[in-house]
Design a protein around this ligand. Structure first.
Ligand SMILES: Nc1nc2c(c(=O)[nH]1)N[C@H]1C(S)=C(S)[C@@H](COP(=O)(O)O)O[C@H]1N2
Ligand SMILES: [Mo]
Length: 359
């Protein structure tokens, strides 16, 4: 496997491991061969999703200095301007959490070719050890006015900028102002020196290059909140891509792989963190029968959980399916098209991989 040096810029040949395409900004998808080798995804292997050009100096996998100011305003008792460096003096918290792009798995929708958006397969996800300061600690200092219902996070992106809103109650309960990933200072490409993390929510709300938090009684009017990263409801209204539905991903065998004899099928599963993932079942007969996979340890409410199973299969072509269920009984639909939406967000159907067992 080629090696990534964390001190080289992203553009050029520094990220040979990542599948590299460009659309509106930059999309770097982590191949599953790389992703599956780490319980905690190293920064150098984490996927990248940018909607806009990088802010100056952020186009790097190297840590960036703790510079700049975080403004806090809107429905607060006192507006604050905090030096990013000063945040490091507040109590520090670390948590393990999956970050997944809302478009991850888009390519598996039956009508994927009609969707305007990057055709993510399985590599728009990572499991990070995130360190930083609780949003509640910082907002507490500003004083929250009773009318406030949302926190809007603004990034320092170029182009048309980036802004996302999340419910205030969830932000106070779990929001983290991230300074480190995997114990290292946050790299420029991943939002350094400061980004928001909302564990259990889709990646899109984890605003990078955070420069302002605004408390409001409404969601941001920015197009990244109002036009994009939304799913249409049955009544024609729409909702933002917030909580991640339960999902399992098969990491082995690889699609198209030829194996022999006993096949080790393995992968990970996660959800929005409100109940543990408590079961993963596999089927090799198109869903007619299912058998339990063995579950790895629970690593935390927002982390992914490993699973595996040894299957003895006759020689020939096979398709294995994986379905996760949590303690609330929430499970995955058999077909992605049950969750179809025109932008192809939130794909979380049963995963399927075709492979061959040789003689
Ligand atoms: N400022 C800013 N934050 C952002 C984005 C962006 O374009 N600009 N993209 C969002 C999306 S869609 C995702 S999936 C995650 C990706 O984070 P990563 O690039 O560190 O993997 O960042 C989110 N935060
Ligand atoms: Mo995303």
């Amino acid at each position: 496997m080629p090696h990534t040096s964390p001190d080289r810029p992203l553009h050029g040949d520094a990220r040979d491991e990542l599948d590299y395409t460009l659309d509106r900004g930059e999309v770097l998808e982590t191949p599953q061969e790389v992703l599956r080798t780490h319980d905690l995804t190293p920064q150098a292997y984490a996927f990248v999703r940018n909607n806009n050009p990088y802010p100056p100096g952020a186009d790097t996998l190297a840590p960036v200095p703790a510079s700049g100011v975080l403004e806090i305003g809107g429905l607060v008792e006192r507006e604050l301007a905090l030096n990013v460096a000063d945040l490091d003096r507040l109590p520090r918290h670390e948590m393990e959490a999956v970050m997944q792009c809302a478009g991850n798995g888009r390519a598996f929708y039956r009508d994927a070719q009609d969707i305007d958006g990057h055709p993510w397969v399985r590599g728009g996800v990572m499991n990070g050890l995130w360190g930083g300061v609780r949003l509640a600690d910082v907002l507490g200092d500003a004083g929250i006015r009773p009318e406030a219902r949302f926190v809007t996070a603004t990034g320092a992106d170029g182009g048309c900028g980036f802004e996302k809103s999340v419910p205030l109650a969830d932000a106070l309960e779990r929001g983290l102002l991230v300074r480190t990933l995997g114990g290292e200072p946050l790299a420029g490409a991943h939002g350094g020196p400061l980004r928001l993390l909302m564990p259990g929510f889709f990646g899109t709300v984890n605003v990078k290059w955070l420069r302002r938090l605004t408390l409001t009684d409404h969601e941001s009017p920015h197009e990244a909140q109002q036009q994009r990263y939304r799913v249409v409801n049955a009544d024609g209204t729409s909702r933002p891509c917030w909580h991640q539905p339960i999902k399992s991903v098969i990491w082995s065998p690889l699609p198209g792989e030829s194996t022999t004899g006993t096949v080790l099928v393995s992968g990970v599963a996660w959800n929005d963190g409100s109940a543990p993932v408590s079961r993963v079942e596999l089927s090799v007969d198109g869903g007619a029968s299912w058998q339990d996979a063995r579950l790895g340890p629970l690593r935390g409410p927002f982390a992914w959980r490993r699973w595996d199973a040894q299957l003895t299969l006759a020689s020939g072509a096979h398709e294995v399916m994986a379905r996760a269920t949590d303690d609330l009984g929430r499970t995955q639909p058999l077909h992605g098209d049950e969750g179809w939406n025109p932008d192809g967000y939130e794909f979380h159907a049963v995963d399927r991989v075709r492979f061959t067992v040789g003689d």
